[in-house]
Design a protein around this ligand. Structure first.
Ligand code: UDP
Length: 415
């Protein structure tokens, strides 16, 4: 492990001006005012992966926008090997409530990699924003390398494994600032300023830009979907918390009433998720060879455009999670004005107001009942979808998130 290197992530360019017609001129002007005093500030985002999942999705937009408004922002990915990522996957699960805490050896592995990365981190940052628990100990180990520090938590910390949160707390409590999606995720004992800021989606990214229906249909057809028959779809990593098995159960109930129905489970495999393949295989087994269940992942060439196509084309979009920090896929689906059914957990109710912008469910049976309702009454789905889109426009698009970050960076206490 002598060649430890934090990897700088290459990011594209984006222009804030392009968002004016979507979020309105007032928001753009507010952002420019907040950005003025921050011009040239060196801001570092540190995360565990640049590929897969919601964190990287957000950073690929927020970094170019920070740069566009004048900040000298950079994104680096920490160094880690399989032993580290196995430990951090357990850490993630335990913090979301799984019963197994890390073993002493796994905690030691986590700490050792944090020490390595802290040592290699270049100094001289105005603000260092540390994403999620994987690199969380770096603040305590390398305080002098940035003038101010922020811990950004992307996960649902409302019911953590008590041993795990007790072990992590000393590492996160001293951050001068922290950011959580929701108040109920904030653990007792945080000493710095706590900010509540939900994430956002990029309406101009290929995944979310407006897609002509004919193109969406064409792409879904290429993946073997019969585009003349109804489609239920869930887009998410293959992870027990996302409950793809429950989605299959719901689909089976729907199929008894509407035999034509199909299901697409579209899921990317993340590089820091060694368990992902096991659960992917478990999902395939649960599908039991049903030719109307389409299980696709990024190794089948499902990228952003394809995700957009599935989200734009599906008759009903589902995110039946049993834990969900926020669930970007929810805003992505609502932004496409599709009828949406989400698990009644974590950040999903922020986005889905039951009966107004979609439906909230707890069980496969409820999910099936709502799916049947939506498949039988397309106008209901259109009304819910349009209300959902406006809700997302107001609350969950990238310029709002950029504004909130500029406020946080502008107020950053030193330490
Ligand atoms: N995603 C993707 N391809 C897939 C599955 C998921 O690009 O096959 C994206 C999805 O569109 C969303 C992100 O990965 O932007 C997942 O974020 P979310 O907050 O929903 O869940 P997380 O994976 O962070 O728990």
């Amino acid at each position: 492990m002598c060649f430890v290197m934090l990897q700088k992530v290459q990011i594209g360019t984006k222009e804030l001006q392009d968002y004016a017609s979507i979020v309105g001129r007032d928001m753009i002007e507010e952002i420019r005012e907040l950005a003025k005093p921050l011009e040239g500030k060196k801001v570092l985002h540190l995360s565990a992966t640049a590929y897969g999942g919601g964190v990287s999705e957000i950073l690929y937009t927020i970094l170019p926008l920070m740069r566009d408004v004048g900040l000298d922002a950079e994104w680096q990915v920490i160094y880690g090997r399989d032993d580290f990522f196995s430990a951090t996957k357990l850490l993630h699960n335990a913090l979301q409530g799984a019963p197994t805490d890390l073993s002493d050896e796994q905690w030691a592995t986590w700490r050792r990699y944090n020490e390595l990365n802290a040592r290699e981190l270049a100094p001289g940052w105005d603000t260092c924003i540390v994403h999620d628990p994987q690199p969380a100990a770096i603040h305590g180990l390398a305080k002098d390398k940035a003038k101010s520090w922020v811990w950004r938590c992307h996960i649902d910390l409302s019911t953590p494994n008590p041993d795990t949160i007790a072990h992590l707390l000393p590492e996160i409590a001293d951050y001068p600032q922290s950011v959580f999606h929701m108040q109920q995720y904030v653990p007792d004992g945080m000493k710095g300023k706590v900010n509540i800021v939900p994430p956002a989606i990029d309406p101009l990214a290929p995944k979310n830009m407006v897609f002509p229906p004919t193109e969406a249909t064409y792409i879904c057809d290429q993946f073997g979907i019969d585009t003349k028959r109804p489609l239920l779809c869930q887009v998410s990593r293959f992870d027990p918390w996302k409950d793809p098995l429950g989605v299959i159960d719901a689909y089976r109930i729907v199929k008894q009433e509407i035999p034509d129905v199909q299901l697409a489970l579209v899921g990317s495999m993340a590089s820091d998720d060694p368990e992902g393949w096991d659960f992917f295989n478990a999902t395939v087994t649960h599908a039991g060879g049903d030719p109307d269940i389409h299980i696709l992942n990024n190794f089948n060439n499902v990228g952003s455009i394809e995700v957009n196509a599935f989200q734009s084309f599906a008759d009903v979009l589902i995110q039946k999670s049993t834990r969900e920090g926020f669930g970007l896929t929810v805003s992505e689906g609502l932004w496409k004005a599709r009828p949406f059914i989400g698990g009644d957990v974590g950040g999903i109710p922020l986005q889905v107001t039951d009966g107004e912008t979609g439906y909230l469910v707890q069980t496969a049976e409820q999910c099936a009942a709502r799916s049947l309702e939506l498949l039988r009454d397309p106008q209901l789905g259109i009304d819910l979808g349009l209300a959902g889109k406006e809700h997302v426009r107001k609350h969950f698009l990238s310029p709002r998130l950029l504004r909130d970050w500029l406020r946080i960076i502008g107020e950053a206490p030193v330490g």
